[in-house]
Design a protein around this ligand. Structure first.
Ligand SMILES: Cc1cc2nc3c(=O)[nH]c(=O)nc-3n(C[C@H](O)[C@H](O)[C@H](O)COP(=O)(O)OP(=O)(O)OC[C@H]3O[C@@H](n4cnc5c(N)ncnc54)[C@H](O)[C@@H]3O)c2cc1C
Length: 397
């Protein structure tokens, strides 16, 4: 530990902070990283599936293509500058990681899996992360930083930015109950976000933050955003988050997170509210679905509806995360019936309303008129399928 002056102080030692510090040290700067966790702390980078991609496409595609993919995936993108930065630097970043000794492998034929941290994560219950993917990368980056003369101070909770004459001159942190100042010419905030801060979640994301299951490390309290805002920083894109759709039973059954996820099944079938009515464009994919569910007055009222065909096809797609058969094996809740009114009763939905929703949806899929549904159902990213093959399924989300 040291509290002499650094060129750069970085708040947070996940992938963002460790890359920033290593790259700055590589360019000759003296860097200190402040990390709140102790020992082998759990952060999101240790839990990651380790796939580097841009919108599920090869991160090394030409930057204009990657930029267009981002614009298509997020039509109401809050910042084109950020998207361009990702599109232009993605490939440079993975190649730089390789030069640091981080192993990235091609883990499957789908281009989303062409840059995956090795050794890859497994699908065992509890998702052991030690010695795999993000954990190994973090050790490699930590060693690189120390080799370059940098320092990581664990157990250091950054609380405020120091300002002198309108210029940021360092960070105030609490280290083992003592308040210390880490002086620096520049500060990078990389504390991982605000997903564990209920009042910020309520303010920016959802009326019911306690109804969102935290499919992540417990660390993101929004300290960095609040520190920056206290100095007048502008924020963009605060109303959406990265997440996936989980079975509702996850609240009492830890075997149901971080996988399996329900995204693909929802993207082939439909999702309804407590009135048995659709409320989103299911075809825009799992992150969009999770955000729409979060925006509901009662996020825990969403129910996925699909049929045997969807369960056999979409339910088995995607390597790590498919719900068929993992959802059943791990004790998730899945109702099944040979007719729709019985399914509605099992799921606590009004049978007449659910039947009319499915009738209108099936008619639109058959006549390729899903754009006329309300809300519209886009057919390009994930193909809609009719819900017509027995048995029918419902899963609380
Ligand atoms: C289950 C799961 C699977 C995922 N799979 C993928 C994937 O395949 N591909 C992909 O691209 N992304 C994936 N992600 C997302 C990815 O893991 C995260 O976006 C990424 O790890 C975030 O890195 P970070 O450095 O910003 O934050 P983190 O890794 O969370 O690091 C932030 C660090 O800051 C520290 N900190 C917080 N507050 C303070 C403070 N006040 N003072 C000091 N330190 C502080 C925290 O303790 C933490 O160690 C996944 C995430 C999860 C949870």
């Amino acid at each position: 530990m040291r509290d002499d002056r650094s060129d750069l102080v970085v708040i947070g030692a996940g992938i963002a902070g460790l890359i920033a510090a290593n790259r700055a040290a590589e360019l000759g700067l003296r860097c200190t990283v402040l990390e709140r966790g102790e020992g082998q702390y759990v952060c999101n980078t240790r839990l990651t599936g380790g796939m580097f991609h841009i919108c599920m496409k090869n991160i090394a595609r030409p930057s204009d293509e990657s930029f267009r993919s981002i614009l298509q995936a997020v039509p109401d993108l809050p910042s084109h500058d950020l998207a361009r930065a990702v599109a232009e630097n993605g490939e440079r970043m993975v190649r730089w990681l390789r030069r640091q000794g981080v192993r990235l492998i091609k883990a499957g034929p789908d281009e989303a899996y062409w840059w995956v941290l090795a050794p890859p994560r497994t699908m065992q219950i509890g998702m052991p992360w030690k010695g795999r993917a993000g954990d190994v990368m973090m050790h490699t980056l930590e060693e690189g930083l120390i080799r370059r003369g940098g320092a990581i101070v664990r157990g250091a909770h950054a609380e405020a930015l120091c300002m002198t004459g309108g210029v940021c001159t360092g960070v105030e942190a609490v280290v083992q109950d003592a308040r210390r100042t880490f002086q620096a010419n520049a500060v990078v905030i990389a504390d991982g976000g605000f997903q564990s801060n209920l009042s910020m979640l309520r303010h920016y994301i959802t009326p019911k933050p306690e109804s969102l299951f935290q499919r992540c490390a417990p660390g993101g309290n929004g300290d960095g955003i609040r520190m920056a805002q206290a100095l007048g920083a502008k924020t963009v894109g605060m109303s959406s988050f990265y997440g996936h759709v989980l079975n509702r039973a996850v609240f009492s059954n830890p075997a149901l997170w971080p996988y399996p996820i329900m995204d693909r099944v929802v993207a082939a079938g439909i999702v309804v509210d407590a009135h048995g009515v659709r409320f989103m464009d299911e075809g825009l994919g799992g992150v969009y679905q999770a955000n729409q569910i979060a925006k509901m007055a009662d996020p825990l009222s969403a129910v996925a509806i699909f049929d045997a065909e969807i369960w056999q096809q979409a339910g088995r797609q995607s390597k790590l995360s498919a719900p068929n058969p993992a959802l059943i094996k791990r004790g998730g809740v899945l109702w099944q019936a040979t007719d729709l009114p019985s399914l509605a009763r099992l799921a606590g939905l009004p049978p007449d309303a659910l039947c009319s929703t499915i009738e209108a949806y099936n008619a639109a899929v058959r006549s390729q008129a899903t754009a006329e549904l309300s809300p519209a159902r886009s057919p390009t990213k994930f193909k809609p399928a009719v819900i017509a093959t027995q048995p029918f399924f419902a899963a609380p989300l």
